[in-house]
Design a protein around this ligand. Structure first.
Ligand code: GLU
Length: 551
């Protein structure tokens, strides 16, 4: 009589003993309490913000514990792979400064001692572990054809019973070793299934790092572990890889939480300790009063490439992701305005249990604050880098570096820096009026404020230039002169006086400066007018005012 060993040798004659791999990949030499995490994407599409959310958490948790964060590519579904999928993942992570300590560094190369880090190159390893399960009677070949499986499904549906391959439905589970070997010799196609010993009527208790204590019925499904192409399914590869690569914490989306009973069942059959699990809440978007999953099909901000294209700094995205990940982040940031995000002590246990709202408006708001702290030089460099890829017009402006640094330096580097730039794609719109070559080239639409009488406006700009403007004035003097001009024209010198007796004057000093501001820039809202005048300089101002006078 043949035994399971014969079957195991029949199916995987060349597979090594699993001990070989266990010795090859010893325990990591890490201090107690250090965390080993992994980001394990499939190269089947462009990266979703939810993936980046997970990877950011993996990276943060591992790094702050002095542990290891590695990148494993789960490419066992080769039909769904996209072109250059691995490089795209690596590049997307790099764009957000999520740099793995180990794992794939290009589509063919990797670093680290626990590789290969690409599942399609680990076939031998999975087969060794599958062989060990067959030899123990905990896995078996299943010869069910497509038709047989369809028939089973229809019967289950009609009878309204739980779907799947389990218990009485697990037809080939009962095949004798002899019969199985005969079928293999006959050339019949098969997959390898796990032989579950679970009982659906019993419960397992599990502690999820985020979700807390959860209870599920035990797994009793004989799931496929090795497909007919010899590659493993996600579930089996997960168990083998996270065991051999010594992952201590699996952070993954909550769509996987229902797989917990199965995964624990697999670890038990393999007789190894499972990692801890942290299932993160799905990112949601508010849409017409309801909340729904953020989707690549409907929401541009769902694709990670969006942030790069728009020129939203990686730092702002990371900061926002940590903000939704840990509710105490906001308070920390308030108390540590200038600290690097690396200093924030992330606590995975404090992550929300239910859907996390992703709000691009809030993200852009954070981005404005992040950018407001950058120096003019940094804004110059980063927006130029962005513009070189996405905006030729901006490159032209920035070619004049010296002047651009002055423009970008307006209201910057002080206690209350300007906050009008949320992304590099905002830069052109916010600075172009400062460049004569653009200002005079483009069609201009002047929208004056309270004072909008043409003759009055001409009079104001003329008088200002002739009598009140001096490029050497400091800010105080400049402002006093603005008030002198206001008074000389019969308007209120001080805003507060105007407010007390509004019927007494037609307008106040603020309205006068609006006239000058619009005449110089076409806009009512700009950064500080004194600084704008300083950067524009007398010649440009004269030209801009003359244009108004000639209208
Ligand atoms: N390859 C799986 C995915 O892309 C990974 C899930 C996990 O992290 O275990 O969803």
């Amino acid at each position: 009589m043949s035994d399971y060993n014969d079957l195991a040798n029949k199916i995987f004659p060349d597979a090594k003993e699993r001990k070989f791999y266990e010795e090859k990949y010893p325990e990591r030499d890490l201090k107690e309490g250090t965390v080993v995490t992994r980001f394990a994407p499939s190269p089947t599409g462009t990266m979703h913000i939810g993936n980046l959310f997970g990877a950011t958490i993996d990276n943060k948790v591992a790094k702050q514990s002095g542990g290891v964060f590695y990148l494993r590519i789960e490419d066992t579904d080769q039909k769904r792979e996209i072109e250059d999928g691995i490089n795209k993942i690596i590049k997307a992570l790099k764009d957000f400064d999520v740099i793995a300590d180990e794992g794939m560094i290009s589509d063919t190369e990797s670093i680290g001692n626990y590789g290969p880090y690409k599942q399609s190159e680990r076939k031998d390893i999975y087969q060794a572990f599958a062989k060990s399960l067959i030899a123990k009677g905990r896995a078996y070949p299943c010869f069910a054809t497509e038709d047989e499986l369809n028939e089973m499904r229809t019967k289950q549906e009609t009878a309204k019973i739980r779907p799947g391959y389990y218990g009485v439905w697990a037809k080939y589970r009962k095949l004798t070793v002899e019969d199985a070997i005969k079928k293999i010799d006959n050339g019949e196609k098969y997959v390898i299934r796990f032989k579950s010993m679970g009982d659906e009527n019993k419960k397992i208790k599990h502690h999820d790092v985020i979700k807390g204590n959860i209870e599920f019925p035990e797994n009793d499904q004989d799931i496929i572990i090795i497909k007919s192409d010899g590659l493993p399914t996600y579930h089996f590869a997960h168990a083998v890889d996270d065991y051999l690569m010594k992952t201590t914490l699996v952070v993954r989306g909550e769509e996987w939480v229902s797989s917990i009973p199965l995964h624990l069942d697999l670890f038990k059959a393999l007789e190894v300790k499972p990692p801890k699990y942290a299932h993160t809440a799905t990112l949601l978007k508010s849409d017409n009063g309801t909340k729904r999953k953020i989707s690549k099909r409907k929401d541009p901000e769902a694709a990670v490439s969006y942030y790069h294209e728009q020129g939203i700094p990686a730092e702002a995205v990371t900061e926002y992701l940590l903000n939704i990940a840990n509710s105490n982040f906001e308070g920390w940031r308030k108390g540590n305005k200038d600290a690097s995000i690396d200093e924030f002590k992330f606590d995975i246990k404090k992550m929300g249990v239910s859907g996390a709202l992703f709000d691009i408006v809030k993200l852009l708001d954070i981005s404005k604050t992040v950018i407001s702290k950058y120096s003019a030089e940094r804004i110059y460099e980063e927006s130029l880098k962005w513009a070189n890829r996405y905006d030729e017009e901006l490159v032209k402006l920035l070619n004049n570096k010296e002047y651009s640094l002055e423009v970008l330096g307006i209201e910057r580097g002080n206690a209350k820096p300007r906050k009008d730039i949320a992304k590099w794609s905002d830069v052109r719109e916010n600075i172009e009026y400062m460049y004569d070559e653009v200002f005079f080239e483009k069609e201009r639409n002047y929208e004056f404020g309270k004072i909008n009488n043409k003759e009055e406006i001409k009079n104001i700009v003329k008088l200002y230039m002739e009598k009140y403007y001096d490029e050497n004035d400091d800010k105080q003097k400049w402002f006093d002169k603005m008030k002198d001009l206001t008074e000389s024209l019969g308007y209120a010198r001080e805003v507060k006086d105007f407010k007390q007796n509004p019927e007494k004057w037609k307008a106040h000093v603020g309205d006068i400066s609006t006239v000058l501001r619009v005449a110089l820039t076409t806009r009512q809202n700009t950064p500080d007018l004194y600084e704008i005048m300083k950067v524009l300089g007398k010649d440009s101002m004269k030209k801009r005012f003359s244009y108004i006078e000639e209208q």
